[in-house]
Write a protein that binds this ligand. Structure first.
Ligand code: ADP
Length: 450
């Protein structure tokens, strides 16, 4: 037989069943696919929601953190500002205490009274040191440490440091040597007062913690490739030493080796923290090595510019009194009664002809009727403050403008700049004594008036 065999009904049935099975399977697959697609869509939506809420959460957390950070920053600033204001306010009564104690020294006193007075001087010196440390520390924390760059005589400054400790060294009966190398640069440019502060802190610590042997201060200078000069210094003592585990913390604030140190030796634990910050600000660093019972060595470095040549103004001629000061017409402007009495007494002691005014307004009135060589002007005063009074005086047509010295308890360079910008010539920080006042007046007589 030939041709196409008719399909058997069996085969057709089988094929139909297979077709139906396959259709059913395809439908099932499509259903599954759809189900999966829906699942996927749901998961996707859930994921997107999760991502959105996470983003939201992150944004909320971030703004909470930013708020907390801002609050912390404000709190730190408020604390630093508070410390600065408090230590500033304390300087005004301190001026009265220290100045009056100094005036008492010039009177007839018996042995006991002199001893008591010495204790008042010592305690007020300590208190002033503490206030200065707190003020410095608050300035550093608030990022307001300003360096005062000027040319200085290197040997003069370092010798002044050594001289400062003469009495303390002889009281403790220990040796002291400060070695300056042959190649000490004559003039450097930088903040010499801050440099002295670092030396003074390290040397006074060395004296405090050394009972036998002595202290050696080594100084070296090296040229840097950028043309500046690096001062490397070591303060080496043979004192009690510092335990190894405490050395890292020494340069952090309020870090005394242990609480008994405070009771026994006094101090706040701020000195080294301030030194470390000052060294950093002046391009250097500080470190310590120590052997318990044998002594400690503090090393630090500072970077200075090379200074110009002439730094001393030639003295001007004039009527010179004992102590090298000519007698000048001085107007003292001070609202604080104790400080006015004190400044008046000191000025008279220096042979000056003094008149007083109690605020800036009175001072402006007085300069229009009377000629003055020098005005010593408190900055913070009622009615008219020292800055405003100076601005008015500088705008007056006077036969000759007086030399104006600001009297300020404020130690911020920015405040001093305000005084200079207003037309003042110089400033005297409270507390001040006879010596500081004499130096300021000597400058008036030593150089031309502005
Ligand atoms: P303080 O004002 O308390 O002296 P410092 O920051 O200057 O603050 O010093 C912190 C502490 O470091 C001191 O209290 C003392 O325990 C220790 N210290 C500092 N210098 C020396 C030293 N030369 N020898 C031994 N201990 C020292």
């Amino acid at each position: 037989m030939s041709g196409v065999e008719p399909q058997s009904p069996d085969l057709i049935q089988r094929l139909t069943r297979r077709l139906e099975r396959e259709r059913a399977a395809r439908q099932e697959a499509e259903r599954l696919l759809e189900e999966k697609a829906v699942d996927l869509y749901r998961s996707n939506t859930a994921l997107r929601q999760l991502a959105d809420s996470l983003e939201q959460e992150v944004a909320t957390r971030t703004s909470e953190l930013q708020r907390a950070l801002e609050q912390a920053r404000l709190a730190t600033n408020a604390k630093s500002e508070f410390l600065a204001v408090v230590s500033h306010e304390i300087r005004t009564p301190m001026n009265g205490i220290m100045g009056m104690a100094q005036l008492l020294e010039f009177t007839e006193l018996d042995e006991t009274q002199r001893e008591h007075l010495a204790l008042i001087r010592k305690s007020s010196d300590d208190l002033l040191g503490l206030i200065n440390d707190i003020l410095d520390f608050s300035k550093i924390e608030a990022g307001r440490l300003d360096l005062d760059f000027h040319d200085f005589d290197t040997r003069d400054e370092l010798n002044a440091v050594a001289r400062l400790f003469g009495p303390a060294i002889s009281r403790k009966n220990i040796r002291f040597a400060m070695l300056l190398p042959e190649d000490t640069p004559a003039v450097l440019r930088g903040d010499s007062a801050r440099m002295r502060q670092i030396f003074a802190n390290l040397i006074s610590n060395a004296i405090k913690f050394t009972d036998s042997g002595g202290i050696r201060v080594e100084v070296r200078f090296s040229d840097q490739s950028d043309g500046r000069v690096r001062l490397n210094c070591a303060v080496i003592d043979s004192g009690i030493g510092i335990p190894k585990e405490r050395r890292d913390r020494l340069f952090k604030a309020f870090s005394q080796v242990d609480a008994s140190t405070t009771r026994h030796y006094g101090g706040t634990g701020l000195g080294l923290a301030i030194c470390a910050q000052l060294c950093k600000a002046m391009g250097g660093g500080i470190s310590v090595e120590s052997v318990m019972g044998h002594g400690s060595t503090f090393r630090f470095s500072l970077v200075f510019e090379r200074g110009g040549m002439a730094i001393r103004p030639a003295p001007k001629s004039g009527v010179v009194l004992e102590g090298g000061l000519p007698s000048m017409r001085v107007l003292l402007v001070e609202d604080h009664a104790v400080n006015r009495t004190l400044a008046l007494a000191l000025l008279e002691k220096l042979g000056q002809q003094v008149e007083v005014a109690e605020n800036g307004r009175q001072a402006v009135d007085q300069v229009q009727t009377q000629a003055y060589d020098v005005i010593i002007m408190d900055v913070q005063m009622p009615v008219l403050d020292g800055i405003a009074a100076t601005l008015e005086i500088r705008n007056l047509a006077l036969p000759s403008q007086p030399h104006i010295i600001a009297l300020t308890a404020n130690a911020y360079a920015r405040d001093r700049e305000l005084c200079i910008d207003a037309g003042m010539n110089d400033f005297l920080s409270k507390p001040f004594g006879l010596q500081e006042l004499r130096e300021k007046l000597q400058r008036v007589s030593g150089g031309p008036l502005a």
